[in-house]
Ligand binder design. Structure first.
Ligand code: GSH
Length: 212
């Protein structure tokens, strides 16, 4: 199985972490922004990363790929099958891909990607707006992290992988939630990011971004 993308993308990292947690053998094919790699274009017609292939099957979009992997390799299920918990996991995944990624991504793009890789100074106002937008996100998460230390049920699910991912981008851009204001969220992220599935990629990303 091949995944096309760059691990610093929260959508690509989501699949890399999911595959590591499930013990799946997934080859990462590095792709940069605007990449014309024909194999990538064949599996992601709108050039959004990640793209994915498994033999003759190909698909793009992190949620579609996660759904495929979790259905095909049902060991260590990351998307529960019961109606309520399944819906909750899909909600957190969607929340992470939209509201959370838009706030964290504004900081990451304008503080890291634009100055370091596009050769243009970032938009400071857009980064500051992203940082401000993290406040309701963090307040919300502080209230919904369960006593189990996970978002849904009492084990790791796609919800945790999807939500913890964009916080890696925020951290690369110098933002971490205020530990005094959000102690549960801080402990939750510390635990998740210390798992080998996240920690290995975080280490490689820091090196790639010149942040270590
Ligand atoms: N909903 C998609 C979003 C994918 C996405 O927007 N990826 C970004 C990178 S973080 C991308 O490829 N952007 C390049 C572009 O828009 O041309 C998913 O979950 O995979």
């Amino acid at each position: 199985m091949k995944l096309y993308g760059a691990p610093v993308s929260p959508f690509v990292r989501k699949i890399l972490v999911l595959a590591a947690e499930k013990g799946l053998d997934l080859e990462l094919v590095p792709i940069g922004l605007g990449d014309q790699n024909p194999d990538f274009l064949a599996c992601s017609p709108f050039r959004k990363m990640p793209g994915f292939t498994d033999g003759d099957f190909s698909i793009s979009d992190s949620t579609a790929i996660a759904t495929y992997l979790d259905t095909k390799y049902a060991d260590k299920n990351m998307i529960p099958t019961d109606a309520e918990n399944r819906a909750r996991v899909i909600w957190f995944d969607e929340f992470a891909d939209t509201i959370l990624t838009s706030a964290a991504g504004a900081m990451f793009f304008n503080r890291i990607v634009s100055p370091k890789f596009v050769g243009k100074p970032g938009d400071d106002a857009a980064a500051a707006k992203g940082e401000a937008d993290m406040t309701p996100v963090c307040a919300y998460l502080e209230g919904v992290i369960g006593a189990s230390g996970y978002l849904v049920g009492d084990a790791l699910t796609l919800a945790d992988i999807s939500v913890a991912g964009p916080f890696v981008n925020a951290a690369h851009a110098g933002y971490t939630p205020d530990a005094a204001a959000y102690p549960k969220l801080t402990a939750y992220l510390t635990n998740l990011h210390a798992r080998p599935s996240f920690a290995d990629w975080i280490r490689r990303e820091k090196k790639m971004l010149g942040l270590d």
